[in-house]
Design a protein around this ligand. Structure first.
Ligand code: ATP
Ligand code: MG
Length: 414
């Protein structure tokens, strides 16, 4: 077994990981830290979570840890909980056999346990296949992952076509790691992605939504978007979006601004929601549908509601969108039209709407992206900061010349 002279700075590894590995080891098992935990620490980043690989079977793991629970979505994995932290422990397993892949497409149930070597080979990229032996303080590297890590290279283990057929989501994972780590995709990966993108159609919409969250809610959304476009995969997640770019130039810009803002907010530890990002992605499609309904004679309010529902329904063939996100999305869209109606009590009512802030942020991005909206965003900015009296004035001057005249006079006075 190839061991490297590299070790991991121990202070970066969570104590819970250390507990898990020591107890498994005391129980006579082999156990290693693997995956993103090793990769990210070696890159001097904070790992998102820790994964442990072991030769112990789920029952044996559960017997050793009272605080454990088996979770089986695609594989049988044991979660061990320490307060808010969860360590994911999976048993060494092997790659599904060739014949299984050929006859049934993507493999959903490959619980066949395997040796350590087999566990290494079933992993997706070499940088994700570094195992840290905490007891002996050494890294085991059977796939030259260390040198790929040093060269910023994303290299797949095995034949790209075969590995993407086994699990097409690996294509999205390649893009995600490229965006997250600022790494380069190996040539054979990018050319295979161009040929095999359509394999993603076989993936359940719920799993693609999970990947969408990881791509756009982890602080590298703008880069994920660029990389997905570049490699032709964005249309696999959001089939309609790019069709609007040619005749609606500000649309792509709006998306980029929304993603940049999401990245900035994550960095500043401000709350973010995928609903806002999805509202930006699908804004062009929503408008298109709304205009079509209206040109068929539907009243504006009905067209807004109907187009909102249809846009979401259609998108759900590709990625599911749980209600807790689709409802705010549609509210952000419909508020865009309500924000233009500000007279009398209307402005106060909109301001009190629970989705006002998101809708206002969206409006500002639309203007920033180049849409001409008669300074509507600025009006709402002023309105929010104004006291009761100033609000009265603002409301009474909508569409009139008073605001602009007043402001124009002042600067030239001094
Ligand atoms: P992060 O947690 O930062 O998203 P990660 O590399 O830890 O990155 P996980 O999804 O947590 O990713 O998976 C843990 C490890 O399991 C990966 O590093 C990889 O070795 C393996 N793995 C995960 N998904 C796949 C897959 N679809 N195909 C092959 N191996 C996978
Ligand atoms: Mg992980």
């Amino acid at each position: 077994m190839k061991k490297t002279s590299h070790t991991l700075p121990n202070d970066k590894i969570s104590v819970s990981v250390s507990k898990v590995i020591h107890r498994l080891s005391a129980g006579g098992h082999r156990a290693y830290l693997v995956g993103g935990g090793v990769r990210d620490i070696l890159l001097d980043r904070d790992p998102k979570d820790f994964d442990v690989a072991t030769d112990a079977h789920p029952e044996q793991i559960k017997n050793l840890f009272r605080n454990s629970r088996e979770v089986g979505r695609r594989f049988r994995i044991v979660h061990i909980r320490f307060g808010r932290e969860i360590i994911e422990v999976s048993t060494f397993r092997k790659q599904p056999s060739d014949s299984a892949t050929k006859t049934s497409g993507p493999v959903m149930d490959d619980n066949a346990y395997g040796s350590f070597e087999e566990d290494v080979m079933r992993r997706d990229f070499t940088i994700n296949a570094l195992y840290y032996d905490l007891i002996n303080d050494e890294i085991i590297d059977l796939v030259d992952g260390m040198s790929d890590l040093e060269n910023n290279a994303i290299r797949i283990i095995g034949d790209p076509l075969k590995r993407f057929r086994e699990d097409p989501v690996r294509m999205l994972r390649a893009i995600r790691f490229k965006a997250k780590l600022d790494f380069n995709l190996d040539e054979n990966i990018s050319s295979e992605i161009h040929r095999s993108g359509q394999l993603l159609e076989q993936i359940p919409a719920a799993r693609l939504f999970e990947e969408t969250l990881k791509l756009f809610m982890s602080g590298h959304a703008a880069k994920s978007f660029q990389a997905l476009l570049q490699h032709g995969l964005f249309q696999r997640l959001f089939p309609r979006v790019e069709t609007h770019f040619p005749n609606y130039a500000s649309n792509q810009h709006l998306i980029e601004l929304a993603l940049q803002s999401t990245d900035r907010r994550i960095k500043a530890e401000l709350p973010v929601t995928i609903a806002f990002v999805l509202a930006a992605f699908l804004w062009g499609e929503f408008l298109n549908k709304k205009n079509q309904l209206q040109s068929n004679g539907m009243a504006s309010a009905d067209a807004i509601a109907q187009a909102g529902m249809n846009t979401v329904t259609e998108q759900q063939f590709s990625t599911s969108i749980p209600k807790r996100f689709s409802i705010p999305m549609r509210e952000i869209w419909s508020l865009q039209f309500r924000l233009t109606v500000r007279r009398g009590k209307k402005a106060e009512k909109i301001l009190a709407h629970r989705r006002f802030r998101a809708a206002y942020d969206f409006l500002i991005l639309r203007e920033e992206s180049g849409e001409k909206l008669d300074n509507l965003g600025q009006w709402w900015t002023q309105y929010q900061d104004a006291d009761e009296q100033q609000r009265e004035v603002l409301r009474s001057t909508i569409g009139g010349k008073r605001i602009t005249k007043k402001r124009r006079v002042k600067p030239t006075n001094n």
